[in-house]
Each structure stands twice: as structure tokens, then as C-alpha cells.
Design a protein around this ligand. Structure first.
Ligand code: FAD
Length: 315
């Protein structure tokens, strides 16, 4: 069975959930092999977790040569692994960084690239949601090694009994890949809430909050959810852009999405309509958001959300 390379997305060795989702998808196409680029010390914990979620092999690449630079060295590492292993496909998380790495890899390996897939079938056919989610496109790479970036929450991680083997891979990084160097980086301030694109539950607020996000945040914290926002809320300066869900914000696909004071414009839907269960609270019963919800509450969010939060806390 051919290997399927999965580039591991991690922070200081802590493997992201979307990476585990990629391993599950990779298992449909062949034998998943994770590619971990990071400090040697963090590789063993990460390798154990990757093996637990289906990586038959974990390639570890010491990042001494890689860490001070932007994406180019990572694309080189992957290109060298593609040459060594002739994989059935390479899967990368659809982040800004992931998409740039995938694009560079596609050029280096003269391969076809599909970005922002939300599903991959066993024969390599991918599904993408396009035109603000109004169309679903099935596409397949027909040239070179299929390289696919996959949106978070596109699959459920799958535990596996077999432990993966670990293999150190000595990559050679060219001088041209080192032309852009990181001069400073600051850790993001943590809200203590889950990352928006990875969260199982997202509670969002829109213009209907009137700028008071306390009821939205209260419900989110009671549910252990991430907080999202519509563009109207972001443009009003109530929430940072990193919270925006939609066409020009983030795409989320949680188990539960709760939209509060959000009308349901097509550009907002583009970022959340693949959520498994959708709930909306809106005081206008004609609001378009009610066309796509599983459960709708017609009411003032400032009254409904605190009551709901209390009920959640009681449980
Ligand atoms: P509104 O449309 O004003 O809706 C507010 C809702 O709150 C109404 O339905 C109202 O009934 C309800 N409400 C009011 N008070 C209460 C209350 N007390 N309790 C309960 N309900 C109440 N939008 C995005 O969200 N994300 C994007 O990424 C995005 N990208 C865009 C890209 C382009 C190119 C363009 C043109 C637009 C984009 N938009 C995006 C904007 C989008 O078209 C809408 O303008 C925006 O989503 C509206 O936000 P909203 O639903 O919060 O506000």
C-alpha cells in the first residue's frame, strides 16, 4: 500500500486536531505517514500521539535548519520526502501557511494541487464547497502527486491500535529557501477558549448584540465553546477580525453552531453552513438564518442567552 504523507501542524510539539483529521482521511487513500518538522526533543511525544491516530510511520525532521525561516524550507522537506517515498498523496491543513507550503510543493514536484477540500474519497476525488458554499465541486488531481489542503473539521479523528514507527529524515535545505527569515514572533494571547476553526461548538454574535458580547461569551464559556462573530460585529470594532466567520473570515464546521443576532447573509453562511447542527437566536422570525437552522429561537438574545446559559450550568 502506498504511503500518504500528512504534514503535521503543531505548536511546540502539541499536534493540532486538524492534523489528526488528516490522518483519518489519509487512511482512505493508503498508509498514513506523518511528517513532523520540529525540535528533536518534542518529536517523541508528538510521534506517540500521531501513531495513536493512525500514522503508520512518523518522519521526524529536526527543525534546526527550518525554524528560523518562513514556509519555503518546509516545502523543500516535503518535496524531498515525495521523491523518496512516491506517496499516493500529500495532505496539508488548509491554513494560510499550509496553503502556501502546498502551493510551493506543487510547483517543486510538478503536481496538481487542490485547496480547501472538505472531503476526500478513497479514489482521491475531493469535495470543495465553492461560491460561498452554494456549489459543491468534485475534483481530482490528474498530474503528479496529488497535493490536497483540507479544511479543519472535515473528518473525525480515528484512533488506531497500531503504534507508528519513527524514522529520522535528514533533509537538505537550500540557501534560496532561507531568504526570508523570522526576526521576531510573539505568542498569541490565549483566551482559554478553543481555537475557532477547531472547536466542536461555536457561539457567534452579530449586529444584534448591539456590541454587548457578554451573553454570547457567557454561553460559549458554559458550553466550552469558541466565540465567533459576523462581519458586521467585526466592522463595528466589537470583536477582532480573527473572530470573523464567513467568506472573508474563517470557515468553521463544528458539531454545533449557535448564531445570535446574525441575519444569515450569504457571506456569513459561507463560513458556517457545513456545521452539523445549527441553532439561531434572532428577534426577527423572517431572518434568513432561520432557513438553514435545525433549531430556531425567535427572541431577544439578551434575554434568551442568559436563560440558556443558566440551564447549561445547571446540568
Ligand atoms: P445584520 O444583517 O444587520 O443582522 C443583524 C440581525 O440581528 C438581524 O437579523 C436582527 O433581526 C437581529 N437582531 C437585532 N437585535 C437582536 C436582538 N436583540 N436579539 C436577537 N436578534 C437581534 N459577513 C460575515 O458575517 N462574514 C464574512 O466573512 C463576510 N464577508 C463578506 C464579504 C463581502 C465581499 C461582502 C460584500 C460582505 C461580507 N459580509 C460578511 C457581510 C454580510 O453581507 C452581512 O452584511 C453581515 O454578515 C451581516 O452581519 P449581521 O448578520 O451581524 O448583521
Amino acid at each position: 500500500m502506498s504511503e500518504v504523507l500528512v504534514l503535521v501542524d503543531h505548536v511546540d510539539g502539541a499536534v493540532s486536531k486538524p492534523t489528526l483529521e488528516l490522518l483519518a482521511l489519509a487512511g482512505r487513500l493508503g498508509e498514513p505517514s506523518a511528517v513532523f518538522i520540529g525540535p528533536a526533543g518534542s518529536a517523541s511525544d508528538a510521534a506517540a500521539r500521531l501513531g495513536e491516530y493512525g500514522a503508520a510511520k512518523v518522519y521526524t525532521v529536526d527543525d534546526t535548519e527550518v525554524k528560523g525561516y518562513l514556509v519555503a524550507p518546509k516545502a523543500e522537506v516535503l518535496a524531498q520526502l515525495v521523491e523518496k517515498t512516491s506517496p499516493a498523496a500529500v495532505l496539508v491543513v488548509s491554513s494560510y501557511e499550509g496553503k502556501e507550503i502546498a502551493a510551493r510543493l506543487a510547483i517543486k514536484t510538478k503536481s496538481g494541487l487542490i485547496t480547501d477540500a472538505v472531503d476526500i474519497a478513497a479514489d482521491g476525488t475531493t469535495t470543495q464547497a465553492v461560491f460561498a458554499g452554494n456549489y459543491s465541486v468534485q475534483a481530482k488531481v490528474t498530474s503528479g502527486t496529488p497535493i490536497v489542503t483540507v479544511k479543519p473539521n472535515s473528518a473525525a479523528p480515528e484512533k488506531s491500535d497500531a503504534a507508528g514507527t519513527v524514522e529520522e529524515f535528514a533533509a537538505t535545505i537550500s540557501d534560496s529557501a532561507k531568504k526570508a527569515q523570522i526576526v521576531a514572533s510573539q505568542p498569541r494571547q490565549s483566551s482559554g477558549r478553543p481555537e475557532l476553526t477547531e472547536a466542536a461548538i461555536v457561539v457567534s454574535g452579530g449586529r444584534g448584540t448591539g456590541g454587548d458580547f457578554a451573553p454570547v461569551e457567557g454561553l460559549a464559556d458554559a458550553l466550552g465553546a469558541a466565540v465567533g462573530a459576523s462581519r458586521a460585529a467585526v466592522d463595528s470594532g466589537w470583536m477582532p477580525h480573527s473572530f470573523q466567520v464567513g467568506q472573508t473570515g474563517k470557515t468553521v464546521s463544528p458539531q454545533l453552531y449557535v448564531a445570535n443576532g446574525i441575519s444569515g447573509a450569504i457571506q456569513h453562511r459561507a463560513g458556517m453552513q457545513t456545521s452539523k447542527t445549527i441553532v439561531a437566536v434572532n428577534k426577527d422570525e423572517e431572518a434568513p438564518i432561520f432557513e438553514l437552522v435545525d433549531f430556531g429561537v425567535v427572541g431577544d438574545l439578551h434575554a434568551v442567552l442568559p436563560a440558556l446559559t443558566d440551564k447549561v450550568k445547571e446540568r
